[in-house]
Design a protein. Sequence first.
Length: 566
Amino acid sequence: MAEKNLEEKEIAVKNNFIHQQIQNDLLEGKNGKRVHTRFPPEPNGYLHIGHAKSICLNFGIAEKFGGKCNLRFDDTNPSKEETEYVDSIMEDVRWLGFDWDERLYYASDYFEQLYEFAVKLIKTGKAYIDDQDSETISAQKGTPTRPGTESPFRNRSEEENLDLFERMKAGEFDEGSRVLRAKIDMASPNMHMRDPNIYRIMKTPHHRTGDKWLIYPMYDFAHGQSDFWEGITHSICTLEFEVHRPLYDWFVDQLLENEYRPRQIEFARLNLTYTVMSKRKLLKLVRDNHVNGWDDPRMPTITGLRRRGYTPESIRNFADRIGVTKVDGMIDVSLLEYSVREHLNKVAQRVMGVLNPLKVVITNYPEGLEEEMDAINNPEDESMGKRKVSFSKVLYIERDDFMEDPPRKFFRLAPGREVRLRYAYFITCNAVIKNDIGEITELRCTYDPASKGGNSPDGRKVKGTLHWVSVKHAVKSEVRLYDRLFNNEDPLAKEEVDFKEFMNKDSLKILPECYVEPFVKGAAPLTHFQFERLGYFNVDLDSSDSKPVFNRTVPLRDTWAKFKNK
């Protein structure tokens, strides 16, 4: 990259410490002034919003500095990995707007090279076979303030180690009976440097290699070498890997043949309020049927957010807003919700829908008359134009928009009160019809023919404006009101309390009989709408022409703010 281009980017990186470090590396001429990153997910579950931050960071760095970004699956643990997860991850990365081009890799691509590298370590006296079980090895590692104890097998001969390693590979030994350990320093203050395991026996078929391998490399062993062989310059990891960095560098040091070397940089992972970000715990929610799969719109998974109605742009904007730091913290989930509101406000088609319908009969409206009213599709974008909304004698309004005995600051419909029907007419409530048990079933109103379009013919003021749909033309729909899955800001804060105890019992409410204007007919799944005055909604994957289904993405405002301020 030319010096001039680096100078032009200098201002843009001042508030991002990773960008600053990369720019410094480029100015110093490291790695041939290349920038090459990677996103390395383990295919043991669906990606969540925390992974989205990492995707945006790694692919964003490549875009910013004119470099490349690989997608590499860390598939070194076949007992937890599935092709389903591989496919979903690729779909998620593409949906977010990124592409790895031809640079799709798997840690399993390097199994042969990793095995040969392990043999090299044995031959150079830097690795050995340990016959002890995992509990014994763990106990011998000591504590951060007390050095570990060397394994009785640490000084085996090269020949014996090579023989045992080959027999491990051949499947001669049981799982858990032996491991290959790197020989580093049992007195190191860094526990990860105390002769870490680098290979274990696993007799589980692999989703790509089948039954070929019966031993598998540990993540710490495979990760840095995969970076090295792919030419990665900057290995961006979350903060928990900071203590692993000396081990990452130690393994790379054993491979070095020239001045090139990848550099690991750590940043704080994303923690969101009212959200669980552990894949293990999310898997438990799925398997125990607390949610309806990985793509349940209440889940923080990318596929769940997509189904709920989040857009790639809103998630990328959120990732830009929160930035990257070196300090763990908690981001308020309302910032994520704000990001999707901000984007949908610009792009979502406006329609009118009634979730809790109350019938209104306009008694002086001509029988059989139907009119089409002009409605604005999106006031934020004039290019989206206008649409026609059918009006007739019998309408639905929102039940909450009427009160028989309203308080002083209630400005919507009440007996004897006049309100504006959006895009249509002024109406006045004259009578309230109830059933035998006193429930309101219908309102009888009159309209002012001179107020067509919702405009006052004589300048009189009307404070209330209501949305509505024509009963004859409305599309009967199911609406699913999704909310936060947990009602505690930090569901994992109390170790003695099962996080599921904090699940929000009102996280899903299904409204089976709602009515939406006919503009929504035939809308494809994942189409975004703003239901005027109600919130942003998304056509669900379960939707059909005979039964439209809408998921609420977010309300128009943060409805949780009132709880936080109490």
